[in-house]
Write a new protein. Structure first.
Length: 182
């Protein structure tokens, strides 16, 4: 049997308006834009719908009413995107980081820098996960996100050390991928 996962994190949410309001305030803070907000009184797939307004710009945000730690996905190095619910921006679903990107118009690199997240570290870690997924010959390809993360989260050098110890397998692709991580 094949299991298909479509839009993970988009399932119905159960939470409180109080937590959703705290989250929308944090979302506005993260955006760096002074938005006025109001709760519309509507729900979208269990999310509380807020209208954000700044000058002549407005967005409809479907915000999850759960603790901010379980909603605010911004760091692909320390957080697993599969564990986070999606928000809705004008009816389209995104995890927190990409909802922000949609609202601010910033590049991911600009946004992460502004939020204090090390963009290069995130990119390298995502590359490790991609290589682990794509190369069936590598021993680490059998490792999960959390297993790889445990190996590398201790310090910055640990990511490269992990790659050097596990890469390359016999394929030229892995040798090239390791070179690109330097």
């Amino acid at each position: 049997m094949v299991e298909v996962i479509q839009n993970p994190g988009a399932e119905k949410s159960f939470g409180s308006i109080e937590l959703a309001e705290n989250n929308i305030k944090k979302f506005i803070e993260d955006s760096g834009i002074y938005f006025e907000y109001e709760y519309s009184g509507q729900r979208l797939n269990g999310r509380f719908v807020f209208n954000l307004i700044h000058k002549n710009i407005s967005y409809e945000i479907g915000m999850v009413g759960e603790n901010i730690e379980s909603v605010r996905y911004i760091d692909g190095y320390t957080q697993n995107i599969w564990d986070y619910p999606r928000l809705y921006v004008n009816g389209n679903s995104y995890v927190w980081l990409y909802a922000l990107k949609n609202v601010t118009g910033e590049t991911e690199k600009e946004l992460l820098f502004r939020l204090g997240v090390n963009y290069d570290r995130v990119c390298k870690f995502q590359k490790v996960l991609q290589i682990a997924k794509e190369c069936g010959a590598c021993p680490k390809s059998k490792m999960s996100f959390n297993e790889i993360k445990k190996k590398v989260v201790a310090d910055e050098q640990a990511l490269y050390n992990y790659c050097v110890s596990e890469f390359p397998c016999e394929s030229n692709k892995c040798e090239m991928d390791l070179y690109l991580l330097k």
